[in-house]
Design a protein around this ligand. Structure first.
Ligand code: PGA
Length: 255
């Protein structure tokens, strides 16, 4: 059985002080939620303090990106060793905002995954179509391209920790959510594709999160879909109440 994973992507929100406060409140509320994985992804400068808050609990920390070189003159970049050293277990790679605003491509996503895996970070690899692509019925084509680009050249053994996040761009931060059916359809497509590219056993073991305006109101309907194994939550992860509810709703499905 795949273990559910709920991750909060805090994006470029929260100062260090605010991040510590949010992490402390979440820790108080979620300390007993041990039947699923919970991950907080604050900005780089708050990673250390957030890690300190949740250290030794059931809550883990992830970074929002990683560069692909070990070290060097790459002003502004952060390596996997640095992320690992600060205590991160996870790293988000290829988020649509990175693709949209920072020229992230399948090729750079692939390099970042290689580097993250080398340092035993668990990659949360984001894929998903934008509105224009959905409207012109290119969803599956785009998702296939993202998956093949991200995972090309890897053997399944190297990808045993892989997490995929299906995030339709038109649903991110817009309040529009994919319907549970729409999301399930793409998740199933991704799993079938993984079976084709690798094998059935591998495909059935990979966790696929849904992301895009996940909130307490839609969490149950999304998380109960067969091929949805968790959520990558943006806006609703910045508020204690809504993130806690999403985690608890997901927990109630497991029990
Ligand atoms: P959202 O963001 O929940 O605010 O739509 C999700 C994401 O970008 O990961």
């Amino acid at each position: 059985m795949r273990r559910y994973i709920i991750a909060g992507n805090w994006k470029m929100y929260k100062t260090i002080t605010e991040s510590i406060e949010l992490a402390n409140s979440l820790k108080r509320e979620l300390i007993d939620c041990a039947s699923l994985d919970i991950v907080l992804c604050p900005n780089y400068v708050a990673l250390s303090e957030v890690q300190e808050v949740v250290y030794g609990t059931n809550i883990e920390v992830g970074a929002q990106n990683v560069f692909w070189q070990e070290e060097g003159a790459f002003t502004g970049e952060v390596s996997a060793a640095m992320i690992k050293d600060v205590g991160c277990k996870y790293v988000i790679i290829g988020h649509s905002e990175r693709r949209q605003y920072f020229n992230e491509t399948n090729e750079t996503v692939n390099k970042r995954i290689t580097h993250a895996l080398k340092h035993e970070l668990i990659p949360i690899v984001c894929v998903g179509e934008n509105l224009k692509q959905r409207e012109s019925e290119k969803t599956f084509e785009v998702v296939e391209d993202h998956i093949k680009g991200a995972l090309g050249g890897f053997a399944k053994e190297e990808l045993s920790s892989l997490i995929i996040a299906y995030e339709p761009v038109w649903a991110i931060g817009t309040g529009k959510t994919a319907t549970p059916d729409q999301a399930q359809q793409v998740h199933k497509f991704i799993r079938d594709l993984l079976a084709k590219l690798f094998d059935e056993e591998f495909a059935s073991s990979v966790r696929i999160q849904y992301g895009g305006s996940v909130k307490p109101e839609n969490a149950n309907d999304l998380m109960t879909q067969n091929d949805i194994d968790g959520a990558l939550v943006g806006g609703a992860s910045l508020k204690v109440d809504s993130f806690v509810k999403i985690v608890k709703i997901t927990e109630s499905i497991i029990k």
